[in-house]
Design a protein around this ligand. Sequence first.
Ligand code: GLN
Ligand code: ZN
Length: 784
Amino acid sequence: PTSSTIVQLLLIRNFLSTAVYRTMASHIVGYPRMGPKRELKFALESFWDGKSSAEDLQKVAADLRSSIWKQMSGVGIKYIPSNTFSYYDQVLDTTAMLGAVPSRYNWNGGEIGFDTYFSMARGNASVPAMEMTKWFDTNYHFIVPELGPDVQFSYASHKAVTEYKEAKALGVDTVPVFVGPVSYLLLSKPAKGVEKTFDLLSLLDKILPIYKEVIAELKEAGATWIQFDEATLVKDLEGYQLEAFTKAYSELESACSGLNVIVATYFADVPAEAFKTLTSLPGVAGFTFDLIRGEKTLELIKSSFPSGKYLFAGVVDGRNIWANDLAGSLTVLESLEGIVGKDKLVVSTSCSLLHTAVDLINETKLDDEIKSWLAFAAQKVVEVNALAKALAGHKDEAYFSANAAAQASRKSSPRVTNESVQKAAAALRGSDHRRATNVSARLDAQQKKLNLPILPTTTIGSFPQTIELRRVRREYKAKKISEEEYVKAIKEEIFKVVQLQEELDIDVLVHGEPERNDMVEYFGEQLSGFAFTANGWVQSYGSRCVKPPIIYGDVSRPKAMTVFWSSMAQEMTKRPMKGMLTGPVTILNWSFVRNDQPRFETCYQIALAIKDEVEDLEKAGITVIQIDEAALREGLPLRKAEHAFYLDWAVHSFRITNVGVADTTQIHTHMCYSNFNDIIHSIINMDADVITIENSRSDEKLLSVFREGVKYGAGIGPGVYDIHSPRIPSMEEIADRVNKMLAVLETNILWVNPDCGLKTRKYGEVKPALLNMVTAAKKLRAEL
Ligand code: GLN
Ligand code: ZN
């Protein structure tokens, strides 16, 4: 061939490969921000402690963003998100963007800086933080916007545009991601004073102009795609709420012209009505769907996906750590290709990867077999890309067959199956498992033994985790100190905590949990069927991360887990010492759970293990045992139709743990977060003797249910102060809170305790706060 034909052939080949490249469409809904080794956490905390500057923090953040963008573009992802980074929370970022700062933070307008931003998130010396609540059914928490008729919206944070430009300067053209306007309002709460009357959606007209300003700036900066996360579409919505979506996107249509708009949904099926609304939104180019939790959505797509629109098919699970079943996903994708057309199908993640661990590469301690079953965020990005390539005719055979081999090994590995556990768990279904004596008779029997004052005081379990304590645990784990030295150090810590509580005159003591890194990990490490990561952190709120264990096999308890420490602590005091356990539902909800059997089956297995522990504690002379179900509520399915089934097996699992104890053994449970009104009957049905509930950050919403006449015969301790904030509550403030509770609850069932465990606080905060708490209780006792 002549040289000109060669040139022509090369041109044709280039053209073809670009054409092929175009169809290798891959998209990531969002990415974890903390960094592979929690770099952001450490930078934030050091900044908050005044140990580093704002510039230092910004530098760490910029480095993280840059490495994430480069990684995704290096892999070959086509639609790479930006603005999914956050210094605290993406909903708070939206509040900042809209200038919707509650007046108590004394913000004076202009661009919102760290001061105002972090005050809203964490409170400051004079003002408490804004309310925080669970993000859908995840363990991520967002800062709830407080909106009323008087909010003056203004474009007050240019973060999204800055980040877009920042990525662009690095050579990465990104898709800026926003909390969609309707979801933002639906996730907000009405401001104080207008709680009952205010229609949040009435603010749509006021916030859309700000969104338009941002959109205009993004277009100016060169953006061609934009993503609005409207995951509230998967909830049970009313007609008028669905109409708000139509209204919002019609309103944004012209502002978005020239931009390709993606509306993202995730975490569940999109109900048929919502699907209709969503896919008819004007000016929207494509939709993301969670196809891991969305079998019904798949049907809707097959029957009524609009032609000409992009389908971002979320086939790679953003909520779990399991390697994708690539062959299975490819089959789904191929069937979708036939429906939406080859050029309109984009491979995506089921939701933001925020909810999974960051990078498997840092896991040096997991054995190769288990490792082959896993994929963290960085690996999921590769999976998404590999699927997109396979669809485009460039299947990486070696990669696919390694994946198939791993899938097969997970199915057949003897490490996964324990037949006796399976049998025992299966036998539990269908029976009730309830303590024989009713709760008020049990409380009488317990009071005879415990002899507590009215308004007894207690704490939720953990005491501050000092640097020294963490060092001891780390060195023991690394075998740098002997078991003897370790036990001695922990014993000293427990002794200090016990002494402090006696000095403070608290009635029911705790040992402070100094031996625990984390309330789930601690148990998982001692149970079989669990695996642990070194760096598998997932953001929970702000700088706080959790490292969920991985439940890969049938669960059993080889030996007692807490009896040693609890009886040691009990020997140090005459006051009752609470045994402290994490309940089965919480262990389940805060772990990465196997996806090869129903959740309830795994939960029953854990319940049996905890039951053994409860009985061993009782035998060792522990008379008060707290079984934390901090996460019971967050496991609630997003849609009401599925609640009853979940609550049934979850509550049943809890009862199984303590059905075998004597009447005189007092079973406590503790729950985080205060949205309980809708599940109060299930909480009663747990049949615990005492429940402590987080309460103070939501203005005693909790009490309203009792005001409305729900009978609760068991003991109850709605938290009297917020432990998420460094602020020290005054004695008067606490007494005032307790008084409000006394107006609603009977005196003899009320307990006085903080909202939650104290592990994230400092002793400088904890001592005066607890002293004020005990003083308040004593003052009220004297008045009663
Ligand atoms: N017992 C645990 C603690 O105090 C409970 C923590 C929680 O509810 N999240 O740390
Ligand atoms: Zn709690």
